[in-house]
Design a protein around this ligand. Structure first.
Ligand code: NAG
Ligand code: NAG
Ligand code: NAG
Ligand code: NAG
Ligand code: NAG
Ligand code: NAG
Ligand code: NAG
Length: 362
């Protein structure tokens, strides 16, 4: 094979038996060219130009002469040289190339890794723990809506629950279970190796609220106004984080589904007399809300407001019908303001809320 070996062999032949020289040590019988020291075929378990490398001990039989790649792995291992351990939830080993379980152990699910207990795949929804002990635990990619929003929101509604009517409590229990189950089935279980597509997860979370709100034993539409008000107010607090468009859209879809129009008048903290949470007009809350509102023939206007009112607000928000400029279902709006928004305003005196000219805020 090369000069070096010939020379070594030349000297060795007089001292020891060249047949046992390293060159052909792991060579199959009759496959060694003792002139060149080149081996045509290695014995099982060895590879390399001179069969000097041992195959991975997780190789089921032989490995490739050229690169040590195993033909087949012992059960429980995968990868070209079978050095990677199959996921622990696999029942009978895993695919040599992808590492995906062939079959899950009893009680386990999950795309590829079988790492998710069945209880996580169909949550009972009694509490919000599922978000931590299942969704976050078994997903490997970071996703802000999962990490920062879902559990907190769930917990907020759980805390609100005792103050709702009995109807409202049944509604709330259903919604919690419904949203968790949808996330489990559409996001958690199918995520390959726990890698969640975050924008998909965000869509699934926000897009399914309305269905869950309407599909239970008690529909949102049949709740007492007082419940509706508290629920809407809690939901809308998310408007102050980066997810303002989605919850607002949900709110408007709900009003359409229930054939009521409620004015959800949450105000943004003012900065320099403006209502924007960002300086970019394209993504400002006003623009986002307006877009959605216009679809519903409603209009949002921000007006500068003199600060000589009791609570020193400097702007006000007006929600009106684009056709008539009339208040939208004034009775309901008034009820909402009475039931929830008034108390909120009292705690936040720098905000001013109006509903088509009805100024609240004592
Ligand atoms: C061994 O290798 C030499 C040099 O390439 C070649 O001439 C010879 O035919 C080979 N012998 C066998 C048995 O393959
Ligand atoms: C190793 O070599 C074999 C045979 O040439 C080839 O089929 C296989 O893809 C190689 N494996 C790797 C990891 O390069
Ligand atoms: C698992 O994930 C892969 C890759 O995204 C996908 O193609 C496949 O359909 C998924 N399987 C299941 C059962 O969801
Ligand atoms: C992630 O989800 C979004 C929205 O559902 C989709 O448009 C996108 O193609 C997905 N990306 C990947 C890598 O699957
Ligand atoms: C909302 O749309 C109306 C009608 O196009 C417009 O007059 C108003 O200035 C818009 N408000 C905001 C905050 O963009
Ligand atoms: C409104 O502003 C005036 C002048 O700055 C101040 O004296 C008054 O306490 C403020 N009222 C409230 C409710 O903050
Ligand atoms: C706005 O007023 C028009 C005319 O009265 C009415 O047909 C429409 O339903 C109203 N839209 C809303 C959102 O209240």
């Amino acid at each position: 094979m090369n000069i070096r070996y010939i020379v070594i062999c030349f000297f060795l032949i007089f001292i020891s038996n060249c047949i046992l020289s390293t060159d052909c040590e792991n060579c199959m019988i009759f496959q060694c060219n003792y002139t060149t020291g080149y081996c045509n075929k290695c014995v099982y378990g060895w590879w390399g130009p001179n069969c000097e490398n041992q195959c991975s001990r997780n190789c089921f039989t032989f490995c490739e002469r050229i690169n040590g790649s195993c033909a087949q792995c012992n059960q429980g291992w995968y990868g070209p040289d079978c050095q990677k351990l199959c996921p622990s939830g696999c029942a009978n080993g895993c695919d040599k190339v992808t590492g995906c379980c062939d079959k899950c152990q009893f009680g386990m699910v999950g795309n590829c890794t079988c790492s998710i207990p069945l209880s996580c795949a169909s949550p009972d929804g009694f509490t919000c723990d599922w978000y931590n002990s299942c969704l976050q635990k078994y997903t490997t990619s970071s996703c802000p809506v999962i990490d920062d929003v879902m559990y907190d929101k769930c917990q907020e509604y759980l805390n609100l629950e005792p103050s709702l009517s009995l109807q409202g409590q049944r509604w709330s229990q259903h919604v919690r279970r419904c949203i968790q189950n949808i996330l489990a089935q559409q996001v958690l279980v199918p995520a390959p190796s726990g890698q969640v597509n975050c924008s998909f997860a965000t869509d699934v979370f926000f897009d399914n609220h309305v269905d869950c709100y309407l599909s239970g034993p008690v529909s949102f539409c049949n709740l007492p106004y007082l419940d509706m008000g508290s629920i809407v107010k809690d939901g809308a607090s998310i408007l102050f984080s980066k997810y303002y468009y989605e919850p607002f859209k949900t709110l408007l879809e709900l009003s359409r589904a229930c054939f009521v129009e409620f004015a959800e008048l949450e105000m943004l903290k003012l900065e320099d007399g403006r209502y924007s949470i960002t300086d970019d007009p394209e993504t400002s809350i006003g623009t986002a809300l307006n877009k959605t509102l216009l679809e519903y023939q409603m209009m949002l206007t921000f007006l500068p407001y003199s600060s000589n009112t009791v609570n020193n607000a400097t702007s006000l928000l007006v929600l009106s019908n684009t056709t008539t400029m009339e208040p939208i279902q004034p009775d309901l709006a008034q009820k909402l303001i009475d039931s929830t928004i008034s108390s909120w305003i009292k705690e936040n005196p720098t905000y001013q809320v109006t509903f088509n000219g009805v100024i609240e805020g004592k």
